[in-house]
Ligand binder design. Structure first.
Ligand code: SAM
Length: 173
């Protein structure tokens, strides 16, 4: 399993970012996202997309995100611009993921040193500052080696039919 831990959420400022971390995690093959209680309001939007476009994908809300990190049974990746280049550590992480669950931590603002310390890998998607959504996308695509792009969705009400132009959405059977 691949679980995303979204650390931090500044009400007002981070609403769309947190929603998009969740939607990106879902679309690119993660199984679950853990949000802090400050982000509770984002749960419904993410679950609504899962209801319409399929899953499985779960949203969990915790009042102790660091507690979830400390008690995690499996390996931990922390995405940070200060980390080791993803292209250098991806093979090792993939091998570990075949054996045990993986927690992928992304921040909103400054992340406490405990996270860097507890992580098995601090991973940079480039060592340039950018965004948790971008970092998560590239990381998941590397982890799954592109296979997430072809996945099947379960219990969807709606399905997009890819078109060269225009939009087509069908009721899923
Ligand atoms: N300056 C903040 C710090 O010192 O932690 C980072 C804030 S950044 C806007 C929010 C999140 O995006 C980070 O916590 C990290 O998870 C992710 N991020 C930003 N750039 C990244 C990069 N180059 N590689 C991996 N993750 C990155």
């Amino acid at each position: 399993a691949v679980v995303i831990l979204r650390l931090g959420h500044r009400p007002g400022r981070d609403e769309r970012m947190t929603t998009h971390v969740g939607l990106t995690a879902r679309a690119l093959g993660a199984d679950r996202i853990i949000l802090e209680s400050a982000a509770e309001g984002r749960r419904e939007t993410i679950e609504d997309i899962t209801d319409r476009f399929g899953g499985p994908f779960d949203v969990e809300v915790t009042d102790s995100p660091l507690g979830r990190l400390r008690s995690w049974e499996g390996s931990i990746v922390h995405l940070t611009m200060y980390g080791q280049p993803v292209q250098r550590v991806e093979d090792e992480i993939r091998a570990s993921h075949r054996k045990e669950p993986l927690l992928v931590v992304v921040g909103a603002e400054k992340v406490s040193f405990e996270v860097y310390d507890r992580a098995d890998w601090n991973v940079g998607v480039t060592n340039q500052p950018h965004s948790e959504i971008a970092a998560l996308s590239v990381f998941l695509d590397r982890l799954f080696d592109g296979r997430e792009l072809d996945r099947e969705w379960e219990d969807a009400d709606k399905r997009v039919v890819p078109k060269e132009t225009g939009k087509r959405v069908e009721e899923a059977e």
